[in-house]
Design a protein around this ligand. Structure first.
Ligand SMILES: Cc1cc2nc3c(=O)[nH]c(=O)nc-3n(C[C@H](O)[C@H](O)[C@H](O)COP(=O)(O)O)c2cc1C
Length: 162
């Protein structure tokens, strides 16, 4: 997802610490951080949520994500949020529980989740993008092949029947 650079701050780099003593045999493979998970969700911004509220939310989220080792990207467009969150699974899923209950958005829907070999947003405690920077609608329209577009538009129109 293309994101504009807003509020970029240095994310901590995490490396496992090892100490070697002589004659201890082969060095075991080192996992640089606990298993990484990701979650992608969509939600609807609550009525009355202003740009200032989103700025405040973002600043707080960046600070908190940094301390939890989480990274990701939040996109806001036409009253919808799309957020990709990644990091160690325990803090990731704890945050997800809080997000579900946050009054600033409704209709919280997980679109995808899983595990990662490496972070996608390794430099970002929470990158932000909005319609002014990059439009998801435009991007989807541009990126679909004609067959996918025909099927998607057909399904959308059919959903309007009743
Ligand atoms: C769209 C949206 C995205 C959010 N993203 C994050 C996030 O990435 N990290 C985070 O800690 N909180 C995020 N929050 C806020 C959390 O839901 C929750 O309110 C917050 O973590 C609670 O922390 P605090 O009470 O210490 O502010 C987000 C909220 C909304 C509405």
């Amino acid at each position: 997802m293309p994101c504009k650079n807003k509020g970029k701050e240095e994310a901590p780099m995490r490396h496992a610490q090892i100490s070697l003593s002589p004659g201890t045999g082969p060095v075991p493979a080192i996992d640089p951080e606990p298993q990484l998970g990701y979650v992608l969700y969509r939600s609807v911004a609550s009525p009355g949520l202003e740009d200032d509220d989103i700025d405040r939310l973002l600043r707080r989220a960046q600070h908190r994500n940094r301390s939890l080792g989480l990274t990701g990207c939040l996109h806001h467009e036409n009253g919808l949020f799309f957020q990709w969150l990644e990091g160690p699974r325990a803090p990731l899923f704890r945050l997800l529980e809080e997000l579900r209950d946050d009054f600033r958005h409704v209709g919280f829907t997980v679109l995808d989740q899983g595990t990662l070999e490496a972070r996608v947003f390794d430099d970002w405690d929470m990158q932000f993008s909005d319609r002014q920077g990059a439009s998801l609608n435009d991007w989807l329209a541009r990126d679909m092949d004609p067959m996918e577009e025909a099927q998607a538009v057909g399904r959308f129109l059919a959903s309007l029947r009743d």
